[in-house]
Design a protein around this ligand. Structure first.
Ligand SMILES: C[S@@+](CC[C@H](N)C(=O)[O-])C[C@H]1O[C@@H](n2cnc3c(N)ncnc32)[C@H](O)[C@@H]1O
Length: 232
């Protein structure tokens, strides 16, 4: 990739987004209302939201699990993917103020909370075992699509839970920000290796549970990438 061409990534993203992923008033409101409440603007871009939504749609997902709600921006994109399958999003958020703002934004977007999008308060690693118990008791369904976008050191833990709670063959696990995380924790590149964080890519390769790939990406925000896995 030429450096000169890479300098146009923001312009390309804006151009593509204006034609293929324009934000409607509900998405604009979710973004603006989140910022108005002093919450950092670390949600997906509209292009990324559209990509995630198309992916969930074409995988036929009904029951979706999200880790990291923030202001509900990506939850709205996911909810649109399952609208016609009568599906539901369960999203986990550790921060109570963010959860409240997300609920406001979801309701403003015409979504029923908790019927269509349930925002569960708590740390991912505390909530996931509860969800597992509920599944085992037959009180909730397994997940067809898992979107992981919370704290990076736990990406591998969430991934393993995602596989465990998945709805069998063909279920999708999608993890955002994996390239920045693998560079930050020294799994590749010049940083000193952080041995407390298991390398997600190596975890995903273990045990023949999934077929997975990491795609590096550039966008308006920065260089990063995602891991996508399909349960075997
Ligand atoms: C990058 S943001 C999520 C963005 C959101 N998916 C979107 O695109 O609109 C990450 C969120 O994960 C939450 N978070 C961080 N650690 C968490 C944990 N241990 N359990 C659950 N949520 C966590 C943060 O409070 C933050 O709101």
């Amino acid at each position: 990739m030429s450096t000169e061409r890479a300098s146009h990534t923001a312009t390309v993203e804006t151009y593509v987004q204006s034609h293929l992923a324009p934000e409607d008033p509900s998405l604009v409101n979710a973004r603006d209302n989140t910022i108005k409440h002093g919450i950092p603007a670390i949600e997906l871009s509209a292009n990324q939201g559209k990509f995630l939504s198309l992916l969930a749609s074409c995988s036929g997902a009904r029951n979706v699990l999200e880790l990291g709600t923030l202001g509900g921006y990506s939850s709205i994109w996911l909810a649109r993917a399952v609208k016609f399958t009568g599906g539901k999003i369960t999203s986990i958020e550790i921060n109570p103020d963010r959860r409240e703002v997300a609920i406001q934004n979801l309701r403003s977007a015409g979504l029923k909370v908790p019927e269509e999008v349930d925002v569960v308060l708590g740390a991912g690693l505390a909530v996931l075992p509860r969800l597992e118990e509920e599944i085992q008791r037959g009180e909730r369904g397994r997940f067809d699509f898992v979107f992981i976008d919370a704290d990076w050191p736990n990406q591998w833990n969430y991934f393993n839970y995602g596989v465990k709670l998945a709805n069998g063959r063909g279920s999708v696990i999608f993890v955002d920000n994996v390239v920045q995380a693998m560079l930050d924790y020294g799994h590749v590149g010049p940083e000193e290796k952080d041995t407390s964080v298991a390398p997600l890519v190596e975890e995903a390769a273990k045990g023949g549970r999934v077929e997975a790939v990491v795609m590096q990406a550039v966008g308006a925000k920065r260089y990063d990438g995602f891991l996508m896995a399909v349960v075997k």
